[in-house]
Design a protein around this ligand. Structure first.
Ligand code: HEC
Length: 171
């Protein structure tokens, strides 16, 4: 009984700590809210359906030479999709390794570089400048390759489409 008051103090302190933790858990910071963001599909699917699909015509543009305003407008839209696609690579989706990748600083740097180069491709398409879009395309290929060397597993985590280049058949 001699130690009772001290024990009581301790349990009060513990009770306050728990209350504090509960309060903190009930009011998430914006950082916590961002951590909870999840894509409804896997990063593999983002890669195949958005990143690969939008990037391919951008580097093809350099040798196919966009012929008219519609061609340039289409390239501008694709470059915008790639820019957003790069940002989406920082949010985990339903893939088994997604969270590990998006938590990695190097991965996030590649994703940022992809967005930045795609933004340059948007400007090149707006300026209708083949030289500039070709340069942006070269940057983009380098980023795809570097990230694949560092992160891509030899066997895809989810084999979804089985096709690599949407334009491969008509070059
Ligand atoms: C931030 C890193 C990163 C960047 C940048 C990146 N990729 Fe990927 N990519 C991956 C990873 C990791 C996978 C494997 C995903 C899986 O298996 O779940 C992948 C898979 C793919 C796939 C699916 C088919 C396969 O072989 O597995 C295609 C196609 C692809 N990437 C194309 C591209 C293209 C094109 C670019 C550039 C425009 C690009 N990627 C940029 C990391 C990246």
């Amino acid at each position: 009984m001699k130690y009772f008051p001290r024990t009581k103090q301790f349990s009060q302190a513990l009770a306050f700590t728990i209350a504090g933790l509960t309060l903190a858990a009930c009011s998430p910071t914006s950082e916590q809210a961002a951590e909870e963001a999840r894509l409804p599909i896997s990063i593999n699917e983002v890669m195949a359906s958005l990143i690969n699909h939008s990037a391919d015509p951008i580097w093809v543009a350099a040798w196919r030479n966009p012929q008219n305003d519609d061609d340039w407008r289409e390239l501008e839209h694709l470059a915008r999709q790639l820019q957003v696609g790069g940002a989406l690579l920082t949010i985990p989706g339903t893939g088994p390794a997604d969270r590990i990748w998006t938590d990695d600083a190097e991965w996030r740097a590649y994703a940022q570089q992809l967005s930045d180069s795609a933004a340059r491709a948007v400007n090149a398409a707006r300026a209708k400048d083949v030289g500039l879009i070709s340069r942006a395309g070269d940057e983009i290929v380098d980023i795809c390759e570097s990230c694949h060397i560092d992160f891509k597993p030899a066997i895809p985590t989810m084999n979804i489409y089985g096709e690599l280049s949407p334009t491969a058949g008509d070059i």
